[in-house]
Design a protein around this ligand. Structure first.
Ligand code: RB5
Length: 143
């Protein structure tokens, strides 16, 4: 898959680990920054990635900041984005199955590298469930 990744200054180290992990799995990664630990603003990076997902330029996105919360909020301002911040794999799987999450987010200040990999595995390997879940995802997009 083609995956956009984005982060702020608080998640540069985790981003590098995630980027390598996803590339090793065979995914094509578009890294839209931030590249440095110099203080920056997560709304810019969340929106940048969100716009790419919403436009269909990539298949999905992975966002990282201190908690995952702020950068997910930024992405969710873009119509067509369904971003979920989570800290464990069960939410990640259900966010894909039930909410059709096209972006996952987590925080370098909250989880470690191995948990990030487990979240990515759960989310990337899950399928969007149809029926009532498709209806509700459509309802989200219509808000
Ligand atoms: C930056 O200090 C921090 O606020 C940011 O990375 C993130 O945690 C916000 O949600």
């Amino acid at each position: 898959m083609k995956i956009v990744i984005a982060n702020d200054h608080a998640a540069v180290d985790l981003k590098m680990e995630v980027k390598t992990y996803l590339e090793d799995l065979g995914h094509e990664i578009v890294d839209v920054g931030a590249m440095e630990k110099k203080s920056c603003h997560y709304p810019e990076f969340g929106a940048r990635a969100g716009r790419m997902v919403a436009a269909g330029e990539v298949d999905c996105g992975v966002l990282m900041c201190g908690t995952g919360a702020g950068i997910a909020m930024a992405a969710n301002k873009i119509r067509g984005v369904r971003a979920v911040a989570c800290s464990e794999p069960v939410t990640a799987r259900l966010a894909k199955e039930h909410n059709h999450a096209n972006i996952i987010a987590f925080g370098e200040r909250i989880i470690g590298v191995e948990m990030a990999k487990a979240i990515l595995d759960a989310w990337l390997n899950a399928e969007c469930l149809e029926g009532r879940h498709q209806l509700r995802a459509d309802m989200l997009d219509a808000l």
